[in-house]
Design a protein around this ligand. Structure first.
Ligand code: FAD
Length: 595
C-alpha cells in the first residue's frame, strides 16, 4: 500500500461553508489551522442562501433581541434551549455589523442603514405583527457572506485543502487526534494529525427526493461522528420549506412572502387566512405550519388543477405592498421585484418559463434543513451523552451542529445567524483549547479501517447499483418520513431502510481508478445517507407526539408532559439506542402556538 501523507496542524476544520470559514477566521488568530473541503470553498451551500440573516438591528422600526429570542423559541415549538437562543439573538447584532465592516455589501435603506425585510415567524412581540429583521444583500445573502468570509480567510493566511474529502475521525478513547481524508485529484489518503477537529459539513437534505439542498449535502460529518461513538440529537426534526419549485425542489425564498407575496390554492383562496391556518400572520407563519397547510390543501383536492402544488403569487396586481423611493411610497412593480429578488426571477424563468412579475409560481414543500445534528454547547464543544459530557478537542458548528437553537423548527434567516455566531464562538474556543492542549501521538494504522472500507467498495462485484439504492431510500423517506408521519409509515420506512443497508454491502461501482473517482466517493456518501435516514426514522418512530416539523397524524398534539426533551440517538452494534436529555427552559413558558 502506498505511503500515507501525514500533515500536522493545531486544528482541522472540515467544511468551508459559512460556519467553517467563520470558525477558521477566529481559530486562525492564534492556532495553526487547516480547512478541508470536498468542494471548492465558495461552492459550499451557504452560497445558495437567499433571503437574509436575522438580527434585531431595528433599522427601520422598533425591534429587540428579546423579541427575536421569543420568536425563535416559539418557532422551535419550545424545544430550543433558551440559554443558547439568548446567545444567538444577542450576538447576532454585533456579528452582522462585523460582517458589514469586513466589507459585506448589504442592501441599504434610503436612510443608509442595512436593509431589512420581513420573514416568516419574526414578529413584534407587542402587536404580533411581522417585523423587518432579515438583513439581506438582494436575494444573494449567503453568497455575499461566503465570499466575504473566504476573502478574509485568504487575507489572514488560513491553510486550505480544497477537494479533500474527509472520510474518518481519529478518536482514541476520550481524545481526538485528527481526521483521514482522500485527495480527490489523486485518490490518495492523507492523515491530518491535530489537537482539535471541527465538523462544519452542513446538512443532509439528499436523504429525500425533492430537496432544496445541493448534491453534496450527504451527511458525511454526522455519519462519521455516529460511527465514532458520538450520538446525534433531535434528528426527527427535519424542516420542509413550503416553497420549493414544483417537482424540482429548488428553493424560492421566504423573502418573496416577506416582500408581500401570497399563497393561493386551486380555488383562488388565500388559504393561510381563509382556511384558518394562520389568520393573524397569514403567509408569514412559521415553515412547519405553512408546509402542513399546503399538504392539507393538496390532500383536500384544492391544489392547482387538483395537482400536488399551490401558487406563490408576487405579481403587482395581487400584492398589496409598498416601498419607498425618492421620498414617495410606491406600489411594488417590476423594477422593485427585479432589484430585490433577481435570482428568484431568474430561476423561475429558466426552470419553469414563468415570469414572476406577470404569473404565479407553482410551489410544493421541499426538504430543506436539519434542526438536529451533532450535539454541542454554545462554544461548539461536542457533547457525547445526556449529562452533557464533552469530548475534549472535538467541535461542530453550522447546520451540522445541534446547539440547540432551532428546536423542532427553525425560523427563516436563523441559520445564517447560527453559522456566524456559533462559528465565531467555536473558533475562539478552539484557539484557546489549542493553546494548552498537547499534540497526542497518532495511533498505529490510524487510516487502516477506512482504507479497508474503500477497498471493499472498489473491489465489490455484488452487482447492486448505488444509484438505484439511493433512489429507493429517497422514495421511502419522501413517502413515509416527510411532512406528516404515522407509526405505520415510519415502520414501513424502517423495514425498507434495513433492507437497503443489507444491500449496501453489495454495491458495485464502475470506475475502479484513483483519479477524481467520484463514483467511489458517491458510493461512500450513500453509506452516510442511509445511516442518517435510519437515525431520522428511528428517532421519529419513537416520538409519539407532534411538535414543530415532526407532525404525526396518529398523535396530532404536542405532549409537553412526556416529550419536552431532546432525543439522542447512539449507534449500538448493528442497531441504535435512544436516550433523552431535558430542554433548558428560560423566560418563555411552553404555550400553544397561535399565528
Ligand atoms: C437554497 C437554500 C437557501 C437558503 N436560504 C437561507 C437563508 O436565506 N437564510 C438562512 O438563514 N438560511 C438559509 N438556508 C440554510 C443555510 O444556508 C444553511 O443551513 C447553511 O448555509 C449551512 O452552512 P454550513 O456552513 O453549516 O455548511 P455548508 O455551507 O453547507 O458547507 C458545508 C461544507 O462542508 C464541506 N464538506 C461536507 N462534507 C465533507 C467531507 N466529507 N469532507 C470535506 N468537506 C466536506 C463542503 O465542502 C462545504 O464546504 C438556505 C439553504 C438552502 C439550501
Amino acid at each position: 500500500m502506498a505511503e500515507i501523507k501525514v500533515h500536522q496542524f493545531d486544528a482541522v476544520i472540515v467544511g468551508a461553508g459559512g460556519a467553517g470559514l467563520m470558525a477558521a477566521l477566529y481559530a486562525g488568530k492564534s492556532a495553526n489551522v487547516a480547512v478541508l473541503s470536498k468542494l471548492y470553498p465558495t461552492r459550499s451551500h451557504t452560497g445558495a442562501a437567499q433571503g437574509g440573516v436575522g438580527a434585531a438591528l431595528g433599522n427601520i422600526e422598533e425591534d429587540s433581541w428579546e423579541w427575536h429570542a421569543y420568536d425563535t423559541v416559539k418557532g422551535s415549538d419550545y424545544l430550543a434551549d433558551q440559554d443558547a437562543v439568548d446567545v444567538l439573538c444577542q450576538e447576532a447584532i454585533n456579528t452582522v455589523i462585523e460582517l458589514e465592516h469586513m466589507g459585506l455589501p448589504f442592501d441599504r435603506f434610503p436612510n443608509g442603514k442595512i436593509s431589512q425585510r420581513r420573514f416568516g415567524g419574526h414578529t413584534n412581540k407587542d402587536t404580533g405583527k411581522p417585523v423587518t429583521r432579515a438583513c439581506h444583500a438582494a436575494d444573494r445573502t449567503g453568497h455575499m457572506i461566503l465570499q466575504t468570509l473566504y476573502q478574509q480567510c485568504i487575507k489572514n493566511d488560513v491553510n486550505f485543502f480544497d477537494e479533500f474529502h474527509v472520510v474518518d475521525l481519529i478518536r482514541v478513547d476520550e481524545t481526538v487526534r485528527g481526521v483521514v481524508a482522500i485527495e480527490m485529484a489523486t485518490g490518495e489518503f492523507h492523515v491530518f494529525h491535530s489537537k482539535a477537529v471541527m465538523f462544519a459539513t452542513g446538512g443532509w437534505g439528499r436523504v429525500w427526493e425533492v430537496t432544496s439542498n445541493a448534491h453534496s449535502l450527504t451527511g458525511d460529518g454526522p455519519a462519521i461522528c455516529l460511527r465514532r461513538g458520538i450520538p446525534l440529537q433531535d434528528m426527527e426534526f427535519f424542516q420542509f420549506h413550503p416553497t420549493g419549485i414544483y417537482k424540482l425542489g429548488i428553493l424560492i425564498t421566504e423573502g418573496v412572502r416577506g416582500e408581500g407575496g401570497v399563497l393561493i390554492n386551486g380555488e383562488g383562496e388565500r388559504f393561510m387566512e381563509v382556511r384558518g391556518y394562520a389568520p393573524n400572520i397569514k403567509d408569514l407563519a412559521s415553515r412547519d405550519v405553512v408546509s402542513r397547510a399546503i399538504y392539507l390543501e393538496v390532500k383536500a383536492g384544492r391544489g392547482i388543477n387538483g395537482q400536488k402544488y399551490v401558487h406563490l403569487d408576487v405579481t403587482p396586481e395581487v400584492v398589496n405592498h409598498y416601498y419607498e423611493k425618492d421620498g414617495e411610497d410606491r406600489r411594488i412593480d417590476r423594477a422593485y421585484i427585479e432589484a430585490k429578488l433577481p435570482d428568484i426571477a431568474d430561476f423561475t424563468r429558466t426552470y419553469l418559463g414563468v415570469d414572476p412579475v406577470t404569473e404565479p409560481m407553482p410551489v410544493q414543500p421541499t426538504a430543506h434543513y436539519g434542526m438536529g445534528g451533532i450535539p454541542t454547547d454554545v462554544n461548539g464543544r461536542v457533547l457525547i451523552d445526556a449529562n452533557k459530557t464533552f469530548l475534549p478537542g472535538l467541535y461542530a458548528a453550522g447546520e451540522v451542529a445541534c446547539v440547540s437553537v432551532h428546536g423542532a423548527n427553525r425560523l427563516g434567516t436563523n441559520s445564517l445567524t447560527d453559522l456566524v455566531v456559533f462559528g465565531k464562538l467555536a473558533g475562539k474556543d478552539m484557539a484557546t483549547y489549542c493553546e494548552s492542549a498537547e499534540m497526542l501521538p497518532l495511533p498505529d494504522g490510524a487510516a487502516a479501517e477506512v482504507i479497508a472500507e474503500f477497498e471493499r467498495i472498489r473491489q465489490s462485484k455484488g452487482g447492486v447499483s448505488p444509484t438505484d439504492l439511493r433512489k429507493r431510500m429517497q422514495e421511502t423517506m419522501t413517502e413515509n418520513v416527510s411532512v406528516f408521519r404515522t407509526e405505520e409509515t415510519m415502520k414501513a420506512a424502517l423495514d425498507e431502510l434495513k433492507e437497503l443497508r443489507a444491500q449496501y454491502q453489495s454495491v458495485e461501482i464502475q470506475d475502479k481508478g484513483k483519479t477524481f473517482n467520484t463514483d467511489i466517493l458517491e458510493a461512500w456518501e450513500l453509506g452516510c445517507l442511509l445511516e442518517i435516514a435510519e437515525v431520522t426514522a428511528v428517532s421519529a418512530y419513537t416520538r409519539p407526539e407532534s411538535r414543530g416539523a415532526h407532525a404525526r397524524d396518529d398523535f396530532p398534539k404536542r405532549n409537553d408532559v412526556d416529550w419536552l426533551k431532546h432525543t439522542l440517538c447512539h449507534r449500538d452494534g448493528d442497531g441504535y439506542r435512544l436516550d433523552y436529555k431535558p430542554v433548558t427552559l428560560g423566560r418563555y413558558e411552553p404555550k400553544e402556538r397561535v399565528y
